[in-house]
Design a protein around this ligand. Sequence first.
Ligand SMILES: *Cc1c(COP(=O)(O)O)cnc(C)c1O
Length: 395
Amino acid sequence: MTRPDREDPRTLGDASAAVHAGNAFDARTGAIKTPLTLANSYEFPYDPTSLSWEETDQLLYTRASGANQLGLQAKLARLEGGEAAIALASGVAATHAIFFTYLNAGDHVVASNHLYEATFNLLAEIFPAKYGITATLVDIADLDAVAAAMRPETKLVFTETLGNPTTSVADLPALAAVAHAHDALLVVDSTFTPPPVLRPLEHGADLVLHSITKYINGHGDGLGGAVIGRTSLIDPLKQLAMMDVGGIIAPFNAWLITRGAVTLPLRMRHINASAQRVAEFLDADPRVAWVRYPGLASHPQRALAARLMPNGCSGMMAFAPHGDTEALNAFVSRLRLITSATSLGHDESLIAHFARTGPRQDLYGPPFTEQGTLRLSIGLEDTDDLIADLDTALG
Ligand SMILES: *Cc1c(COP(=O)(O)O)cnc(C)c1O
């Protein structure tokens, strides 16, 4: 257990809290890091008949809570500024948990039309077909369209903080006002903008969702998902998604991601600054056709981005050099440092080439449909090395 005389992580700054929140000294050995506990079961008290099996913070069985899972949840709640958190096996498991818990047959969702692929499949295809739940997908930047899409049976408004791959910025306070006027919850996928870059709960969101596979782990080596919010909203997720559906995070992944999250504020400070410089380099280079990064003056929502992310706009940008699909593939093949692979928020910078057109891509409009899109996730390398790599590959 944490010693009572330790500083309360709630009163600490972000970097200190990322180090200490959720870490407990091991009472038996005195180890100062919460050990990895792989046991599925924990010893019962003398009278197990008095136990409440609805409790998800007592150590009985790892599907309800394990020591590493509890530590990770405490750290995530502190970092996002929420009362409680649930950690699950993947970002998709966390997304499913929210829909499965908070939607019933006949309910309706208003969601951004720029969504992560699996989120789109769940909302637009799987839940409608299986459960008669319907979704209206709208341009989330068009607040009139969002308001017009709301119905009496709308239970959730769902958006990503930054659209993938467009980097369009969701106006969270305005969306919260629309959602709450209809007694709906605002649910925000903040995977692209981890704390302390942006904290959706401070801007009116009810639940924040993360693929902790990405920035929060930060090292590209473990899958996980999390939801953070008020205890009254997280507890039902724990009952349904953990106890009854069982999509829990494995103790090893919880341990790994807890360790990764220790450096999150430090990493984001570097990534914010590095991404800004890389975006400015691309923006100024005539060999580049277009760039979208919320920290650039050329971004159509720069003012909103500055309000939501005053200390830097995270590490995700989209751009394309001049030329066709083949020119973009050739450009990527000339990169020597930046890795061509999916995912984001890793220690290494990653680039992904998305198709120019297709049923989803056509929604993005120009410039995304002109050349195709390269999505760049800035990692922890030296900024000068990244710029040199891009410069050489531009030829
Ligand atoms: C990766 C990602 C997810 C899904 O997370 P997994 O951990 O891969 O299941 C959801 N939303 C966004 C924005 C993502 O980038």
